[in-house]
Ligand binder design. Structure first.
Ligand SMILES: Cc1ncc(COP(=O)(O)O)c(C=O)c1O
Length: 376
């Protein structure tokens, strides 16, 4: 079957933020008016209310709003006293920010390959990376499902090593019933606009059950103290803006519905692709409720397949085109091609298909028709 030309049918976007915007438009407008009336632009009632609401949603005792997800990871590391001379283990297959936050905290990123089914950090490989300098392991909930934190904990075998969750892509996800941040030292999340819970600019948060750690992170993110001109710790300027808190409060009420719509779309892709042998799907791990930030498949001759989709009017992405050790900024870590074979092979073959809560079944059918055509 040949797909009818693009001119007949319009493009299929990778992401549709306008539909989300329209659903919260009135509430956001009222909230912005409140903030502007009160000139409470940083911190204040909106930020405190969002921290309470998102903390409750994640069943976390403490939620600290910060300026972005990268800072959230760095603030956790610094709050744990991790810095120069320390090592932090993280997956080679992740967004650059996971490694960047470790480097900015002054510690050394130590990479681990991902498993071939879910493309998440492989817990069986963690043991071999541990040294007397290892202070933390970061599991990344890549594509919207939680890393295997129970298995990561078991791999640490009682060592005094913190477990940090990079939950930038997994707001609303659960593993064995436990939400992000529930069974780790602390979780960092990002509200970058394209995330499942996205702001209208940069924003992020830390979740933890550790009151003392939350207090240190709140201070670090605010120049080292919580009162004016109090600087107990060396800090940074990483606060959540009140206008972003307004957007996040409005969108949080829709998050479960939007995640359910993503799950339905993922189920539809799974069904449509079941007979397409040349397209390899990424699996849900047992016990996980996945929130499908991204729907990633692997194909041979990826660039040609992507070009075929583009010509047929479908926008796609790659998450991510190079693992950390083959990224120029981290060449100094000394990694070589072949060090992390699963991540490397995935980076050459993966495509992220359009995925968002407002994707229609018709559009998905067209995406899959084009994929089948390109891989036949
Ligand atoms: C896995 C992962 N970690 C960290 C980040 C960093 O978040 P931010 O862009 O808010 O700094 C992102 C998103 O951008 C991400 O996808």
């Amino acid at each position: 079957m040949t797909i009818s030309p693009l001119t007949d049918r319009g493009r299929i976007a990778f992401l549709d933020l306008a539909a989300q915007r329209d659903e919260v438009a009135e509430e956001v407008e009222r909230g912005f008016a409140r903030v502007i009336r009160d000139t409470a632009f940083i911190g204040g009632a909106e930020v405190a209310a969002f921290e309470d609401e998102f903390g409750a949603y994640c069943e976390a005792d403490h939620c600290v709003g910060v300026a972005n997800g990268t800072d959230a990871i760095e603030a956790i590391l610094r709050g744990l006293g991790i810095g120069p001379g320390d090592e932090v283990v993280l997956p080679a297959n992740t967004f650059i920010a996971t490694a960047g936050a470790v480097h900015r905290a002054g510690a050394r990123p130590v990479l681990v390959d991902c498993d071939d089914e879910h493309l998440l950090i492989d817990p069986t490989l963690i043991g071999a990376t541990l040294t007397d300098r290892t202070r933390a392991v970061i599991g990344v909930d890549l594509y919207g499902q939680r890393a295997a934190f129970d298995k990561i904990g078991a791999a640490l075998g009682g060592a005094d090593v913190a477990i940090i969750e990079d939950a930038a892509q997994s707001q609303g996800a659960r593993r064995h019933g436990r939400t992000i941040g529930a069974d780790v030292t602390a979780a960092a999340t990002s509200f970058y606009p394209g995330k499942n819970l996205g702001a209208y600019g940069d924003a992020g948060a830390v979740l933890t059950r550790d009151a003392a750690l939350a207090g240190r992170i709140r201070a670090i993110a605010n120049h080292g103290g919580t009162a004016k001109y109090e600087h107990r710790l060396p800090g940074m300027n990483s606060r959540l803006d009140a206008l972003q808190a307004v957007v996040l409060r409005a969108k949080l009420r829709h998050l479960d519905g939007w995640n359910a719509a993503r799950r339905a779309a993922a189920d539809r892709y799974d069904e449509l692709l079941a007979g397409t042998r040349a397209v390899r799907r990424t699996r849900r791990a047992n016990g996980n409720i996945h929130v499908w930030h991204l729907y990633v498949v692997r194909v041979a001759d990826r660039d040609r397949v992507m070009a075929h989709l583009r010509e047929g009017g479908v926008d796609t992405g790659i998450h991510y085109p190079a693992p950390i050790h083959l990224t120029p900024a981290y060449e100094w870590l000394g990694g070589r091609p072949g060090d992390f074979p699963v991540s490397e092979a995935a980076s050459r073959s993966m495509i992220s298909l359009p995925m968002h809560p407002h994707l229609t079944a018709d559009d998905q059918a067209r995406v899959v028709d084009l994929l089948a055509e390109a891989t036949a």
